[in-house]
Design a binder for this molecule. Structure first.
Ligand SMILES: NC(=O)c1ccc[n+]([C@@H]2O[C@H](COP(=O)([O-])OP(=O)(O)OC[C@H]3O[C@@H](n4cnc5c(N)ncnc54)[C@H](OP(=O)(O)O)[C@@H]3O)[C@@H](O)[C@H]2O)c1
Length: 265
C-alpha cells in the first residue's frame, strides 16, 4: 500500500495547529514525513511545536502567524510559503459560540463565520489549483456532530459546521476526477481548549483529539464524510428518524436543561 506521502506529495498545511485537533494533525503528518505549514495566531506555540517536530522528524516546518478571520490572511500565508505547493490542506481552525442568539455580539458571530466558513473556502479555492495541476492532493474539513441538524443555542456554530460538512462532501464528488481526496470529519466532544473557549456543550462523551485524527486518516479517500465514534454515529442516525421539527425541539430542550450551566454561564 502507498504511504500518504507517495499518494499525495510532501507538504501539508494545517490551520489551527497551535492546539487541539490541529496540533494532532500536525504531529501525525510530521510522523508520516510531511513538511508542514502551521497556521494560527499564537505564533510562540507554533514555533515551539515546529522546533519539536523538526528535531523529531527531520522535516521542514513553516509557522505562519495569521488571524484567519481577517481579510489579509491569505497574503500572510503566501508571503511565508512562497511557491511551495500544498498537497494536503486541513481546514481545522474554528471557534464556537453558544447562548441565546440575540445576546451574542454581532461581531463575534461574523468573526465565527469568517473563520469557520470563509477561511476554508478561500484556502481551498487557492490551493486546489495546484492539486488539480498535479492530479493529486487531499483536503480535510472539520465538521461536527452538530452539523447534521439545527441546534438551538449554538445555531450559528452548528450552521458553520454544516457548511464544512456540505462543502467537503460536495467537493469530494467534484474533485474525484482530479484524483483529489476530500473528507469532512465530524467529531463529538473532544478534549481540547475548544470546550472551554467556545463554552461548548461537550455532549455525553469526550474523546481525545488524536483519535479524531486517526478516524479522519482512516476514512480519507474512502468516503466523503465520517462521524467520529460509534455513539455519535448512532445519535445522529436516531435523530434523523424524527421529523426535523421534533429533532430541533429535542436539541433545544437538551441544550436548555442538561447544559444550562455551561451554555448560559
Ligand atoms: N473540541 C470539540 O469538542 C470539537 C467538536 C467538534 C468539532 N470541533 C472542531 O474542531 C476544530 C478544532 O477545534 P479544537 O477542538 O482543536 O479547538 P482548539 O483547541 O480551541 O483549537 C482551535 C485552533 O483554531 C485556532 N484559531 C482560533 N481562532 C483563530 C483565528 N481567528 N485565526 C487563526 N486560527 C485560529 C486556534 O489557534 P490560535 O488561538 O493560536 O489562533 C487553535 O489552534 C474546530 O473547527 C472545531 O469546530 C471541535
Amino acid at each position: 500500500m502507498k504511504s500518504l506521502k507517495e499518494k499525495y506529495g510532501s507538504w501539508a498545511l494545517v490551520t489551527g495547529a497551535s492546539s487541539g485537533i490541529g496540533k494532532e494533525f500536525a504531529k501525525y503528518f510530521a510522523d508520516e514525513g510531511f513538511n508542514l505549514v502551521l497556521v494560527a495566531r499564537r505564533i510562540e506555540r507554533l514555533e515551539e511545536l515546529a522546533k519539536q517536530l523538526k528535531e523529531k522528524n527531520n522535516i521542514d516546518v513553516i509557522s505562519v502567524c495569521a488571524d484567519l478571520s481577517k481579510d489579509d490572511f491569505l497574503s500572510l500565508v503566501l508571503e511565508k510559503i512562497k511557491d511551495i505547493e500544498i498537497n494536503i490542506l486541513v481546514n481545522n481552525a474554528g471557534i464556537g459560540s453558544s447562548g441565546r442568539f440575540e445576546t451574542i455580539p454581532t461581531e463575534k458571530e461574523i468573526d465565527l463565520v469568517k473563520l469557520n466558513c470563509l477561511a476554508p473556502l478561500i484556502l481551498t479555492h487557492h490551493f486546489v489549483k495546484g492539486m488539480i495541476k498535479n492530479k493529486k492532493g487531499a483536503i480535510i474539513f472539520l465538521g461536527s456532530i452538530v452539523a447534521f441538524q439545527p441546534n438551538p443555542f449554538v445555531s450559528t456554530y452548528a450552521a458553520s459546521k454544516s457548511f464544512n460538512l456540505m462543502m467537503g462532501s460536495g467537493l469530494w464528488y467534484e474533485l474525484k476526477k482530479y484524483n483529489i481526496d476530500v473528507l469532512s470529519v465530524s467529531p463529538g466532544g473532544t478534549r481540547t481548549e475548544f470546550l472551554r473557549t467556545g463554552k461548548s456543550n461537550s455532549g455525553l462523551i469526550v474523546d481525545e483529539p488524536e483519535n479524531v485524527v486517526r478516524t479522519a486518516i482512516n476514512a480519507l479517500g474512502k468516503k466523503p464524510s465520517i462521524v467520529h465514534g460509534i455513539i455519535n454515529k448512532t445519535m445522529i442516525k436516531l435523530s434523523r428518524l424524527l421529523p426535523l421539527k421534533y429533532s430541533t425541539r429535542l436539541a433545544g430542550f437538551v441544550a436548555r436543561t442538561i447544559n444550562k450551566v455551561i451554555m448560559f454561564a
